[in-house]
Design a protein around this ligand. Structure first.
Ligand code: C5P
Length: 294
């Protein structure tokens, strides 16, 4: 069985406060997108985890491995071989690893003919990471807590969250814990998340990300990259803790940018009973100078 493992962007991202447990209280509008990995599942003689990207650890530090363990701690799962076809860049803020974990839980449950409820899958997901539960939403969700409390957004107008754009990924990444650690919550603009949510039912949606300040301090190269992107797109916002940006409303045909990979994407929705899939695999990538040289 082969499943599509999606990623996400944060249409807005508000950091409210630092909690006593070390996490931050956040409010964010998450959107699933069709920048994807694939995960393959089959019963096997022993548990195996393999990946097309040799730089990625396939041991107990991998969220797929952890998802299989947590699933087995609750349900009688025979040995399984899981193979990851990796395309989503790591340390990008696209939630690729979280999407892998959610897809693993969903896939293992399908192998066991739906033994677990979606609520159980979502709870297991929330234990694995703050972003995992989101992938059990409808594809657009208002997320609170540390990100694990999800409310699927059912837009009054179906087209509101059907859009496409470009993901711009610099060659370097950023560590999520570091970006949060460097966030000075009291210095952030006091934007009202509910107003931000409502703005998506109007002609002027409010796109922003509170983590940009911290990420730009840690990686000042991001400032120039955003400026360059703003010459081609009306909207350019970092997703999650970065370093990828989502770019909407190009002024004209999109041109390659040095040392940046530009990847087209479309927003995704999920039917309640099924998993994510895309009608058209988006494989065309505009590669900048550094990538072409490799
Ligand atoms: O939950 P997850 O494992 O993805 O979080 C990784 C790290 O990011 C946490 O250990 C924490 O340092 C930081 N984080 C945070 N507040 C959140 C989510 C993550 O401080 N809401």
């Amino acid at each position: 069985m082969r499943l599509f493992s999606p990623s996400k962007i944060n249409l807005f991202f508000r950091v409210l406060q630092k909690r006593n447990d070390g996490y931050h209280e956040i409010v964010s509008l998450f959107q699933a997108i069709d920048f994807f990995d694939f995960l393959e599942f089959k019963f096997s003689d022993e548990d195996r985890l393999t990946c097309t990207d040799s730089t990625l650890a396939c041991d107990s530090t991998n969220l797929i491995y952890q998802a299989r363990e947590i699933f087995r701690s609750q349900f009688p799962l025979p040995p399984v071989h899981i193979h990851l076809i990796k395309q989503i860049p790591i340390q990008s803020g696209l939630g690729g690893g979280s999407g892998n974990a959610a897809t693993t839980l969903w896939g293992l449950n399908r192998l066991l003919k739906g033994i677990a409820s979606e609520e159980q899958l979502r709870d297991m997901g929330a234990q694995l990471g703050s972003d995992v539960a989101f992938f059990f939403s409808s594809g657009t969700a208002y997320c609170t807590g540390r990100g694990e409390k999800i409310d699927s957004v059912m837009p009054p107008d179906q087209d509101v969250f059907s859009f496409s754009g470009w993901i711009a990924k610099p060659v370097f990444g950023l560590s999520t814990p570091l970006v949060y650690k460097n966030t000075f919550v009291d210095g952030l603009p006091c934007r009202d998340p509910l107003l931000a949510l409502r703005s998506f039912s109007t002609d002027s949606p409010l796109y922003f990300n509170d983590l940009e300040i911290s990420s730009f301090q840690l990686e000042p190269r991001l400032i120039a990259i955003k400026e360059q992107l703003l010459q081609q797109f009306k909207t350019v916002v970092m997703t999650g803790s970065g370093t990828a940006f989502f770019c909407l409303h190009p002024f004209k045909e999109v041109q390659p940018i040095k040392k940046l990979v530009l990847h087209p994407f479309s927003s995704l929705r999920r039917d309640p009973a099924g998993w994510y899939c895309a009608s058209v695999a988006c494989s065309a990538t505009l590669e900048g100078y550094t990538q072409v040289k490799k």
